[in-house]
Design a protein around this ligand. Sequence first.
Ligand code: DHB
Length: 391
Amino acid sequence: MRTEVAIVGAGPAGLLLSHLLGREGVDSVVVETRSREYVEARIRAGILESSTVGLLDEVGLGDRLHREGQQHRGIYLQWPGERHHLDFVELAGRSVWLYGQTELTKDLGLARDAAGQHIRYGVRDTRLHDLTTGHPYVTFTDADGGAARIDPNVVVGCDGSFGPSRAAVPDAGKQTWERTYPYAWLGILATVAPSTDELIYAWHPEGFALHSMRSASVSRLYLQVDPDTDLDEWPDERIWDALARRLGAGLEGWDLTPGPITEKSVLPMRSFVMAPMRYGRLFLAGDAAHIVPPTGAKGLNLAVADVALLAPALVALVQKNDGRLAEAYSEAALRRVWRSTHFSWWMTTMLHPNGDPFDTQLQRSQLRWVTSSRAAATGLAENYAGLPIGC
Ligand code: DHB
């Protein structure tokens, strides 16, 4: 197969990139190891920054989001005995939208279907070759077991942290930074109306808890747990009890309504950045180049911001043979990556007790500061609601 751009990975980054390229007349082929059903059902975060929503609107992908998503003005931050609302619209002039990654992925899939995009799901043994030459290529085994090859102008890795793209960059071609955290999140999806209008981020001596949601009848909640925790130790009743305590049931008449749990999983927490986000004719976007811990919901938004910078760079490269934006891509993308890496680390370390009494006092002090100082609250709001793309 000859094409301009080979895209490895059909998650939101890969699908959005093929959409943006397609709108400018640039042809791409997308390969994905998982099935379409798996990609569209895997549960990830659900908060879109204002710039993410702005971009989706601009490229014709915002209709269902505006119909079915929920616009949130801000979040609640709390600790035992106190709950404070931070109003991002008032503080930073921007809101966020609640819309599950599953829904965005389905919208992208339908938009690509309508454009006749070829996406190869269920492929195996994807390998990237000759990336530092003028003729890179990608080989894989297709879903029927046949050997296949793509000959593109450039390759883009949108295949996450375990995909072949990051691994194709030799150690000498990259620098990496990493931080692991001594806790994880236990996440649940429950068929019950949310007990809050906007998200609640709760610090508690037993551990952090987050009340999020997916719709008027589906709640998404998280509990800080040990990284090696066993799901068998967490029957539904224990989960709801811990959530109620940590989220402050009984505080000023507030209560948490439990309901049937339909999904339960443990999420590891890690920060990782790789630079540059390019190796010869291979460009990396999203989790293939960087991972943030979930606190603050930056992962999907960062992937969208990467692709928003990369698409015009690739259009200029393949249509006009103008490589200036492609040369600038990694440095430009990494500015936002490091901002979000810092913000996610900061939110994570402020909200998760780790057993250290000194850290506990610092956490309590920071929480009081961001909920009482307009300057501090504005800093949180600006980062959470997201900076304009390109900043
Ligand atoms: C969700 C996840 C997050 O990490 C977060 O900070 C906010 C919301 C979610 O899954 O809804």
